[in-house]
Design a protein around this ligand. Sequence first.
Ligand code: SF4
Length: 504
Amino acid sequence: MIRHDFSRVDSKRRANLDYKKKQFAKPEFKQQDYEYRLNFYILPPTAEITLEQFETWAINRLKVLSELEACSFRNRTPEETAEYMTSILNKYLPLRSNSSRGQNLQEERKKDHYSHFILRLAFSATEDLRRRFSRLETMLFRLRFKDDDLRERREFVSSLKLEWEEVGEDEKREFGSELAAVSGARNEEEQEWFKVDWERVPELVEQRRVFLKRGKAYVMQREQMSLVVAEFTKRLDEALELTAKALPRLDEDDRLAPILAHLSQSFTAPDAAYSSSDAAIDGLSTPTADSIDAVSQHFPLCMQNLHMTLRANSHLKHFGRLQYTLFLKGIGLSLDDCIIFWRRSFKLMADDKFNKEYKYNIRHAYGDVGGDANRRGRGYTPYSCQKLLTEPLPGPGQSHGCPYRAFTQDNLVALLQRTGINDRDLLKTVREDVGKQRYHVACNRVFEHAHKREIKKVKDDGSWSAVDLDTIVHPNTYFKRSWLLKHLGEGNVGMVGGGEKMEE
Ligand code: SF4
């Protein structure tokens, strides 16, 4: 389904491809017509798309799934999740019903269809990824099913031709009292009931919302959603198993492998590349070497830890310096001010040693030296949470990385307390989060606690949407959002730019 505008597949290798693989050599590209908004994703996509669409659509869907996962980690109720997800879905994966009379229905449905299949490829490799993907796709399907237009939903369900056996009048009479106990209604004969194998509706069985007899679950009409959702999950799980088996054949196209690998890594820890819009904050005068102490109260814990260690020791080891320098560059500190900042911070060091051993690395990080290899003069970009959460853990005496991951729970709590976080319930939940390796969830929880009044205000007055308050996955986004929230109503301060976005 990728447009063959160029190919990196070696021609000799192509000629020697296994004959079984040649079925991929001449694919038939065909545009599909999407009659319904909802999709069980039975038919794989067969039309052409560009590599750029392939990647962007997948990243957009991944953003939606990550936000859904964050909602479940935060124990948001279905209603809270639906409210939170509305603007996220509108931005990243809009999908309107036929009755909306939208212009781009087919395009929206195509993007939804293709992005599902791309992520299916990316996340079918391991049992753990498959389970997570299936769980989140099911959540997404349920969310959309609930708010679908009623008539369209009915038509969609009947198009699925699901094999549900209707319960006849005789049976309804025979099990009248049992069915009444399940439904809470008096006259069971007026109710519609379906019979299915009980394994198909585990959710309903668990919640005792069905009557079980001889391996069959008797399900009320109004529980139709659970049936459809269970069927969706069952088919997806089977399809994921099949995809996993077919994965090795993808080796033949090495354009896709790196994209798929990056996507699956982003599922392990959220990813976002730094965008230069993060440095442009309305109302924030350009930071200087002198103002870092003052603005450091808005830094995430990873950077506060580096700042406090630097102040305590008048020194930071190499990786800590690099992480902190790039972050400071990202908040808009100029190269000259950055050099002044480090020079003053290393106050026990002689000028000569600083100039010889340290200054070059700062200039290199800014792209002032280093040539082509150094990203063509732009230097390195500030590190994302994903990078900080997946790189090797810091060794003795080092302070880089993400403290939520690198610190023991007791040391993490002590560090949070030093930054003024003392709420016992919050600290307990942070311990639980990090115990489950949900480091960025803990960080977002701390952020929301530290800014809860301001967040309530911007939500209540509608000046920020859920997209402006989405899950933070980049330290520079943390800073920017913290600064903006703490300076609400001051001059021209407002939400500017979307925070992070993917860059090359
Ligand atoms: Fe920093 Fe991200 Fe860790 Fe928060 S989750 S402390 S922003 S690396």
